[in-house]
Design a protein around this ligand. Structure first.
Ligand SMILES: C[S@@+](CC[C@H](N)C(=O)[O-])C[C@H]1O[C@@H](n2cnc3c(N)ncnc32)[C@H](O)[C@@H]1O
Length: 173
């Protein structure tokens, strides 16, 4: 078993509530059909989901606002060379990125979901998938986010019902 698999197993054995469910991240990973997978993650926490992405992606950029969680993730991702961890507020850091992404995981603070979405729309490739976690468990907290989606002429979305609720957003065809 390689470094990433070992680390995932270790974090799995001491999983905390904030980690995305294994079912959810497996669904995400298995649904990625891009030739080159470029992931932007909002909300690194201890690096659990970033490690999963590292298994399949060409590059991963993961943003974390909290210095202690950032340090913990750094340790957990030591030796993993396709993940860049950035310490900072996603609401400021996304604007500074000079890359484009085709996969986004929104898993930060629920009250900021709509703002994250507005920001990430500026750093997307033509074809993309945005995954948004906790869309059933925190439905009440993200009403503005749903309203934004409902009113969007560019985006279509689907609630998969997986884990705590997982929305997949793509460009309207
Ligand atoms: C639910 S946890 C992420 C879990 C992680 N994706 C995983 O599966 O292990 C949410 C994380 O988002 C971080 N966060 C909250 N607001 C943020 C912001 N504005 N910018 C970057 N990170 C943020 C929190 O500090 C927390 O570590």
């Amino acid at each position: 078993m390689n470094l990433i698999e070992n680390k995932i197993k270790e974090l799995e054995s001491k999983r905390v509530n904030w980690n995305i469910s294994q079912e959810t991240i497996e669904f995400i990973i298995n649904s990625l059909l891009f030739d080159k997978i470029k992931v932007l993650e909002i909300g690194t926490f201890n690096g659990y989901s970033a490690l999963w992405f590292a298994k399949v992606a060409d590059e991963v950029v993961s943003l974390e606002i909290d210095p202690e969680r950032f340090s913990e993730a750094k340790k957990n991702l030591q030796g993993v060379d396709n993940v860049e961890l950035i310490l900072g507020n996603a609401l400021e850091e996304v604007d500074k990125l000079d890359k484009k992404f085709n996969v986004v995981l929104i898993d930060g603070m629920k009250s900021e979901y709509m703002k994250y979405l507005e920001k990430v729309l500026n750093v997307l490739e033509e074809d993309f998938r945005i995954f948004v976690d906790n869309t059933i468990s925190h439905k009440e907290k993200i009403k503005d986010f749903f309203e934004y989606l409902e009113n969007s002429n560019e985006l279509e979305w689907q609630e998969t019902g997986i884990g705590d609720g997982l929305i997949v957003i793509k460009r309207k065809s």
